[in-house]
Write a protein that binds this ligand. Structure first.
Ligand code: URA
Ligand code: SF4
Length: 211
């Protein structure tokens, strides 16, 4: 079966990866997307956040988390004292999966086959950045990285043992906050999201104090 491994450059490096992912044909998702959206951030970032897949604005700009969910994420990160520019942001799947709906393209969840096909890119990013803290944003990232049994609703906001990084934690996806059905619940969902990210910020600060 084809997957992204067939397109991975032998000479690794984040820049090489960014270029190579654009040419990936590891699954069929490239054909309907405008471009690939590689991860973005400092190569030595202490924190890596992993989302699901690019959305419409990410697909058009080629940058992760620049649409509505990304703006909410930026604001939540800033509230806990983390700047977007100091974290590495990426997604489980690098091409936007969508369905046409009139003139718009509606987000469609990636299938297990896309997640598996795309996994080599994410694994390469984790291996190169080697973040101290790895954050799964939402069920797709959590299940892809922590296993299909992982339940974000039950296990969010707590560090879990994982061979992927010294400190691994999951929380909800920022788009779930935007989807809360009314203003009150949106406010609560946002507060919980910020609280979870606060654990990430505390952990990072703890690490730098240890030196
Ligand atoms: N949602 C994601 O999971 N990733 C993005 O980059 C944007 C929205
Ligand atoms: Fe390759 Fe991933 Fe895009 Fe599929 S979604 S073509 S595996 S980069």
């Amino acid at each position: 079966m084809t997957n992204a491994a067939d397109f991975l450059p032998s000479e690794l490096g984040l820049e090489g990866l960014r270029e190579a992912v654009e040419g990936c044909r590891g699954c069929e998702l490239w054909a309907c997307a405008s471009r690939a959206v590689p991860g973005e951030g400092p190569p030595d970032a202490q924190v890596m956040l992993v989302g699901e897949q690019p959305g419409n604005e990410e697909d058009l700009t080629g940058r992760p988390f620049v649409g509505p969910a990304g703006r909410l994420l930026d604001r939540a990160l800033a509230e806990v004292g983390l700047d977007r520019s100091e974290v590495y942001l990426t997604n489980v799947v690098k091409h936007f999966r969508s369905e046409p709906r009139g003139k718009r393209r509606i987000h469609k969840k990636p299938g297990d086959e896309h997640i598996e096909a795309c996994r080599p890119w994410l694994e390469a990013e984790i291996a190169m950045v080697r973040p101290a803290v790895l954050v799964c944003l939402g069920a797709t990232a959590a299940k892809a990285l922590l296993g299909p049994e992982f339940r974000v609703s039950r296990e969010r906001g707590a560090f879990v043992p994982s061979p992927l990084a010294p400190h691994v934690i999951a929380t909800v996806h920022p788009s779930s906050v935007l989807r809360a059905p009314d203003e009150g619940r949106r406010r609560d969902a946002y507060a919980r999201f910020v609280r979870d990210l606060g654990h990430v910020a505390d952990r990072v600060r703890g690490l730098s104090e240890l030196g």
